[in-house]
Design a protein around this ligand. Structure first.
Ligand SMILES: [Zn+2]
Length: 295
């Protein structure tokens, strides 16, 4: 059972703990270029453990919306190297190393396979020469304590698992970029997350029927990437409509474009759906700045 609860009532900050239940809070539900929402970054919280999955260019503003900052969030999980997902990590690194009173480094849950790529292609440019010690520039590990998930197999797929307090975080590769990729072997690093084998969040992904099909077997609620047009590197609403009813009925849509609530701009007369996800058999649009609580 899940419930959607209001957060930050009376201007209070979002607590980074729960009384035991699993809680998912999307700081944003928008696409990479959203102006009406925040980017699709989300907090997963259970008991006194939390993890922020992605921190995009608007990440620190999105945290501020719920009364938090990059020095309060102490555990991060980057899914892939697009700026709406990792553009805020330079700020996370700098604030925590140079401006925070805490001597603890923030933690980062990241499989070995992605560490080097994230550092050398994205974060090193702004971070490695903040200091030089004995001729050596800084490394990712100077800014973050790395928590390394273990590789395992689930549903016949290679996945990575990390036990974070009471939470089990399972990461699985998704088919996001380039748009020509037809298998994980041709795709660049990008992951979705399965939490406690109950809640599945696709991560950025093109439409890949097998992917939601497989994970629907172990998921109570699913959140799927969705865009309002076809083509490119995300799953379109049109394509998601081809999923079986029993799978659509578990899915909230997120990562949507700014015209999501104006179906006249993207639903064509020939389409056999309304553009209202509830009428079309989904659970609905995912909302930002509310809590999805799982008892
Ligand atoms: Zn992306």
């Amino acid at each position: 059972m899940h419930k959607i609860n209001e957060i930050c009532k009376d201007g209070k900050s979002l607590p980074l703990s729960t009384e035991g239940n699993l809680r998912v809070v999307f700081l944003g539900v928008g696409s990479a270029f959203t102006k009406r929402n925040r980017q699709s970054n989300f907090l997963i919280i259970q008991e006194d453990h939390h993890v922020l999955v992605d921190c995009g260019t608007l990440g620190s503003l999105a945290l501020d919306d719920v009364g938090l900052s990059v020095s309060e969030v102490q555990c991060y999980l980057p899914t892939h190297s697009h700026a709406d997902h990792i553009g805020g990590f330079e700020e996370v690194a700098l604030v925590n190393r140079y401006l925070s009173n805490s001597s603890n480094k923030p933690k980062m849950v990241i499989p070995k396979d992605y560490q080097d790529l994230l550092w050398t292609k994205s974060l090193a440019g702004g971070l490695e020469f903040c200091e030089v010690s004995q001729g050596q520039p800084l490394e990712l590990t100077d800014f973050f304590e790395i928590l390394c998930p273990k590789q395992m197999e689930l549903l016949g797929k290679k996945v990575w698992s990390y036990k974070h307090g009471p939470m089990e975080l399972i990461l699985m590769r998704s088919l996001h970029i380039p748009d020509s990729a037809i298998s994980i072997d041709d795709a660049q690093w990008c992951t979705g997350v399965l939490v406690n084998r109950r809640v599945w969040i696709s991560g950025d992904t093109m439409f890949d029927k097998e992917y939601p099909n497989q994970f629907s077997r172990v998921s109570e609620v699913m959140f799927h990437d969705c865009q309002m047009f076809q083509g490119g590197v995300h799953a379109s609403y049109h394509e998601l409509m081809t999923l079986p009813n029993e799978i659509r009925s578990k899915i909230y849509l997120y990562h949507y474009n700014d015209n999501w609530d104006k179906p006249k701009t993207w639903v064509k007369d020939s389409d056999n759906f309304t553009g209202d996800p509830i009428k079309d058999g989904f659970l609905g649009w995912a909302n930002q700045q509310v809590a999805y609580d799982f008892e």
